[in-house]
Design a protein around this ligand. Sequence first.
Ligand code: GLC
Length: 469
Amino acid sequence: MWWQEAVIYQIYPRSFQDSDGDGVGDLPGITQRLDQLVDLGVDAFWLSPIYPSPLADFGYDVSDYTGIDPQFGTLDDFDELVAAAHERGLQVLLDLVASHTSIEHPWFREHPDRYIWSPVDGPPNNWVSAFGGPAWSRDEKTGRWYLHSFYPEQPDLNWRNAEVVAAMQDVVRFWLGRGVDGFRLDAIDRLVKDEQLRDDPPASKPFPLPLHPDAAPLEMRYSGNRPEAIEVLRALREAAGDTLLVGELFRPVGEYAPWLEVLDLVFAFEFLFSPWDAERLRAAIEPAAELGRVAWVMSNHDFDRLATRVGRQNLRAAAVLLLTLPGVAFLYQGDELGLANGPGAATTYDRAGRDRLRHPMPWDASGGFTRGEPWLPLVDPETLNAADARADPGSLLNLYRRLIELRRTLGASFRLLDAEPGVVAFERDGHTVAVNTTAELRTAPEGEPVLATHDREDLPAHAALIVRN
Ligand code: GLC
């Protein structure tokens, strides 16, 4: 399978490359920039949603699953992108947003039975939206209350209705027919809900991943996280054949095993959220590595950027860690440059506060993203941009390039090692990787250095080192 050791690059299409000057990234823009991905050395890219969308959740509110939003281009542009990617040996993943549609999807009016409605005049239970507030809203047109696990503009599909299953299987087949190599499955823990709409019980212990304060006091036992979802995913798997399916399951890794009966990979979210602390990182890595088939990931379009979360001083060591763990790694666009959270938009686009993670790519000192007015401003392209980074042998970008090349030689084995306090160390087929998460000097592992984040023999503050034993 092509993906077993793959590095998969997440493209946020609005912010990658604009080709027509409207200030919004688009598919021809991505096609123009594919050589940059080849140069970086990644194997594949995942496109955040490109379907027609009223943009309440920036594409995660889909109004047509088999179209392309006109701002991004056309189906022809899509075909060209896929062909150009395949010519370069790059695989293409789409984002399948299956748990809900946009409220403007024609199904909402034409097939209301494909959604979940309250049997009473009001919310039938205590379920809470992931973005806070009740998960039920009143439909002004009919006066009935519908379920939305996310924004009210994103009504949840009723996956107990066989029509929904069949329609989404068709969607999968449609894109496979256009050459797609796999899917990232959005929010699958929300796919199926309790048939009796029972109240979620109070949480008995803190959830290991960050939740909206409205959601944190409840255990998601009935509003989602249902074992029936795995059956539904079986139907998607049937349509997808053996193409790559990566699940966004916002749950602790200890719960992933049954989902991996139908999915290839699940994102390692405890790893993503781990503080930059050796003990915590080890605790996140160990069970995930043992399970195997997790997608290592340190940031995406939903959470603080890596530079903001771990601090700029730790970016090199974080790159070493992400890219030397065994299996598949996901990389969010701009992390290879070290982009931090930006200021966001003057007038907020995303009500959940995620604009600042989605600023356009700074391709060169003048921007290079658009010849028009960017939908979100670029953040200081003069100081941080891809062209300058590529030209500087000591840049973070070039470290990513070297790591992506080197990881192919690391072999399959993996063993966490005992290490000094503050150090994450592990063995990969004849190599030792050591990552110093502290601001103090540590001892370097013995062996012949093959890659270091610094040019010293020891393991200084914030450094990482790979040696051949
Ligand atoms: C996923 C997406 C996020 C979106 C949500 C609802 O978590 O990554 O961006 O808001 O699902 O579709």
